[in-house]
Design a protein around this ligand. Structure first.
Ligand SMILES: *[C@@H]1O[C@H](CO)[C@@H](O)[C@H](O)[C@H]1NC(C)=O
Ligand SMILES: *[C@@H]1O[C@H](CO)[C@@H](O)[C@H](O)[C@H]1NC(C)=O
Length: 300
């Protein structure tokens, strides 16, 4: 006599054996505005923001389509057989760029791990990579963004301490990928509680602190030293001073004792009352004062 498993169990087994439906839809990668040169036949849909869906549907119908660029102004829908990375996308606010699931090669844009085709790659900072940290410098150098995305960008998608994080990056040719970890502007009084993690969603780009991740940034690099840059800013765009110096990799970004050989910047004027020790930011309430602390990993 054969024993039949009960029907609900059979149904459950059947469900488990069925392949999961692929994640559908066109998704935003690490950079959502820009275009690639069309390499599959280009098509036209109606102009307008909402017609990106029509363009997406056309991409779905073409088995070789891996991504698309859509111009809401003209209705031009470009289909691509590859997925862009920071090194190949042309950033342009008048274009929208979408990625199809499961089509991304090494250092191309993605949304989830299953999008990455290369063994050992994971979707980190919305890029398929085997890097364990994605900092502004990784985006600049390793992912090849360089200064094509503008000097100051906020936010960009990063990856630190095994989790996604939004980064404010300096991406100019002189800065080459500094990650901002602290910014006080207009006399925002940080206290010891808000000092370490403030506005970490980067919903506005003025006040910001991710000092809690400072040492994760430090550990992202392997060279003997790393770079710290301090921008005290008196008025927007006017830098009173820039201090740019190297710190031994083994030394934490923050500590309670002064850093030997670096000392502190102290200044006082009608406009600016400011004291910064290289060990711990101390920012008294003052108008028109902004302090930006950048960590550059790895050091040049
Ligand atoms: C990361 O991926 C690249 C390219 O596939 C490969 O050359 C490199 O060895 C990998 N590094 C590690 C640590 O797996
Ligand atoms: C890093 O991640 C671990 C595990 O999720 C967590 O416990 C820890 O608090 C995180 N560290 C920071 C500085 O956020």
């Amino acid at each position: 006599m054969t024993v039949h498993p009960p029907l609900p169990l059979l149904l459950l087994l059947l469900l488990l054996l069925l392949p999961l439906p692929p994640v559908q839809g066109c998704q935003k990668g690490a950079w959502a505005t820009g275009y690639l040169t069309a390499d599959l036949p280009s098509v036209s849909v109606k102009p307008g923001d909402s017609f990106s869906c029509a363009c997406c549907a056309l991409c779905h119908q073409n088995p070789t389509c891996a991504s698309l660029s859509f111009s809401p102004a003209t209705g031009e829908c470009r289909l691509h057989s590859t997925v862009a990375g920071y090194d190949t996308l042309t950033p342009d606010n008048s274009w929208k760029y979408f990625v199809m699931p499961g089509r991304s090669q090494h250092h191309q844009f993605c949304r989830q791990d299953s999008d990455c085709l290369v063994k050992g790659d994971f979707c980190r900072g919305r890029v398929c990579t085997n890097q364990t940290a994605v900092t502004c410098r990784v985006i600049y150098q390793t992912f090849g963004a360089a200064d094509r995305f503008g000097n100051y960008i906020s936010p960009m998608f990063g990856w630190l301490n095994n989790t996604g994080v939004l980064l404010a990056c300096r991406m100019g040719s002189k800065d080459e990928g500094y990650t901002r970890i602290f910014r006080s502007y207009g006399g925002k009084a940080f206290d010891r509680e808000t000092m370490f993690q403030y506005n970490s969603e980067l919903t506005e780009d003025v006040q910001h602190s991710m000092l809690y991740l400072a040492d994760h940034l430090r550990h992202a690099g392997t060279e003997d030293t790393y770079q710290l840059k301090v921008h005290p800013e008196l008025y927007s765009g006017y830098f009173y001073a820039v201090i740019d110096f190297q710190v031994p990799r083994a030394e934490p970004v923050l500590s309670d004792v002064p850093r030997p050989g670096v000392g502190s910047l102290q200044t006082s004027s009608n406009f600016l009352r400011f004291r910064w020790t290289m060990t711990m930011p101390y920012v008294p309430a003052a108008s028109y004062l902004s302090v930006e602390l950048y960590v550059d990993v790895p050091a040049r």
